[in-house]
Every structure is written in structure tokens, then in C-alpha cells.
Design a protein around this ligand. Sequence first.
Ligand SMILES: [Zn+2]
Ligand SMILES: [Zn+2]
Length: 425
Amino acid sequence: MNRTSPAPRLIFHNGTAVLPDRVVPDAVVCCEGGRITRVGRARTLPRDAKLVDAKGGYVTPGFVDIHVHGGDGADFMDGTTDAVRTACRAHARHGTTTIFPTTTTGSPAQLSAMLKACAEVRRDGNVAEGARIAGVHFYGPYFAPDKVGCHSQAGRRDPDAREYRRHFATGIIRIATCAAELPAAEAFYREAKRHGCLVTCGHSNATWAEMARAFRAGMRHVDHFWCAMSSVASLRQRYGTPMQASMEQFVLAHEAMSTEVIADGCHLSPELLEFAYRQLGPRRLCLVTDANRAMDMPPGRYRFGCAADGEWIESDGRVGFVPGGGALASSVVGLDTMVQKMKAMTSASLPEVIRMASLTPAERAGIAHDTGSLTPGKRADVLVLSRQLRVRRVFVGGDERAARLASSAVSRRRPDFCCNAPWQA
Ligand SMILES: [Zn+2]
Ligand SMILES: [Zn+2]
């Protein structure tokens, strides 16, 4: 639809293909017309195809990020097509080929602008050099007042049917979050389900009973496990004794529930990552970046959310945090880093780690028929990774994206909403 000439025949060779359940050494991955046509052992390579030499590394599916706020200085909530394109390009450099731009808390007008900008970029089809937008993750503003985290408190509110019906009517929302304990949360979940969304509970201090009601209304996922969610301890503060089961126990106890981890090594310790992997398995656990605009930017202070009035956060180049040495405030690295850390810090196999960054999020978001694994018929969303899992080359629908970070250019950039001056309260 958005191509004038069909994508050429493309063959990845001289690498180990990573499938959801195994690796295939010395494999070829053949693609034609932007789709994968064959994955198997190498044999004589045809002359009329464009060859991609994996140079002994890995050939994997492109990553799918279902929770991501921005990168390279741009936040999707800036609400401009420029910001959307910048963030999509930045994440493609880190191996993300399918992206779900994620809202923060904000005013109804800011949310509308974000949805409109994402829809416009998606309509144009081919984000030059960027990840493909599969839909928006409507995340803020329906958070619990006591679990707003680094988002703007002023932009938080309870679900308002008149507002969210208008947002859902845009048709671009594919994932929808609301805290389960908020008034009329169930009506929001049912509406999200009616629109075919992955329905999720996040930034919430919900009890087991509230989670059970949410589950009946269609909720099946919890955002960033252990971050901004209820625990036995937080519920004890809310309700006293007897102590109660929390979101954590609810997710672990229900086979139909999935969740996600921020595996940057800063948010969760290796034993928590290992625990999540062992308890949930690679089919119920997604890797997400939850990256903010400070990704690929120098350490400094940045707006989280809209450039106009988002909360200030600080990046030290490894992670985001609330100024003054406070709580963590989302990540500043790409999915490639999450994949490397998950592999290094847990006992998950390489196919399992790659699955958690591709097929599992694709399944949960309802797009696994189209992308998420090296399977004939799916889009040619393909990565070449080094043996150390560094991103070497990135293909979206068979079109190559610039994989290498122009790091010197990136580190020199310093937009208005970033400053290194000491933070003023
Ligand atoms: Zn969050
Ligand atoms: Zn987030």
C-alpha cells in the first residue's frame, strides 16, 4: 500500500537463526515482498537475491516493545509527528521493529494530540528509518493517586467515559491500562476489551478482590512487575491485618495473566528477574523498555511526558530517577540492552530471552499473526545480532534501518527541555 516497488528478495545467511523454541545454526532466512518465506539450513544461495551476511552472529525476529515513552530527546506525549518519528527511529536502532507508543498522565488535549500524531505517522506507513507503530498503549492518566510514580500528579484522574470513548474511537489504541481500584475501572476495561485491546492494570494499589473484579471485566496483564504496583506490604498499610494478597500474587496465581519487566539491571535485581522468569515462564513475561526521552541522550534533566509541563526527571545515563536521589523514573536504554541483561542475569535460554522481547509481547498485543518470530508468512522484521547480542542490522518489513548509533551526534544534542543545571525544587 505504501510501497511503489515490491521489496526485493532478501536472504540472511552465515548466522544462527533464533526460533521461539530452538536455534538453527548455519541457517538461511529467506524473505520476499517484505515477508518471510523460508527458514532452514543453508543450501546453495540464489544469485538474484540481496544477501545479508550475519557474519557468524544471530538472526532473530525484530523486537516488539509494548511499553515505551520515547527516546533521543523526544517523548511521544510531545504530541508532534516529529517527536513520534524521532522516538521510533531511536528505538529501531536498538532492534525494536514494532512499537506501541505509550501515553503518560496528561490533559485530555495532550492525550488527543499524542494519539493524533501517532495515527498520522502510522498512516504514512513507513516511518523512515524507524520502528513500525502497531498501535498506542493508552497508559496514563487513569492511575491510582498513591501510585502515580514519576508521572505528573496534575495529569492523573479517574476514568471518565466521555473522555476515553473519544480516545478509543480513534481506533489506534491497542493496549489500555487503568488502576483496578479506581471508580468505574471495570467499565473502562470492558470498553477497552470491546475495542480488542490488551487490557492491563498498572500504577495501582489494588487488592486481590479488586484484581478479581478487573479480571472478570477483561484485564489480563500488569505493567512493569514490582514497579508502581501493590504488594502485601503496601496493602497492609492500606488495610491493616490480616495481610492481603496483592497484584503480585494475583498475576503469579493466574495462568491467563501476563506481565512485563524492566530488565535494565537498575530497576530489578538479577534474582527478581530470575524469579519472574521461573515463575511465569517466557510465554507470560515480556521485556519492555519503558524508556523515556533520555535514551541516547547525555546524562541530565529531562521532562517525563509532554515537553511543555511533564515532571522533571534525571538520567545518569544508566537509568532515570526522580531528582534528589529519589525513586527510579523509567529506563534510558533500548530493548537490546534488556535482552543482553536478561540473558546475562538469568538462566533463560537465548530462544526464551528473544521470545520475551518479540513473540510474547506480539501474542499479548494480538499481532503475532503478523510479526514476532521468524515464521514464513510473517513480516520480514529481522535483526542481525552479534554473538554478544549487539544490534548489527535492522530490517522492518524487509527494509533496512540504520542500526548503528550516531553516538557522537547524539551526545552533542541538547534540546531546550534538557538542562544540566542543578535542579530547582
Ligand atoms: Zn509506569
Ligand atoms: Zn511507563
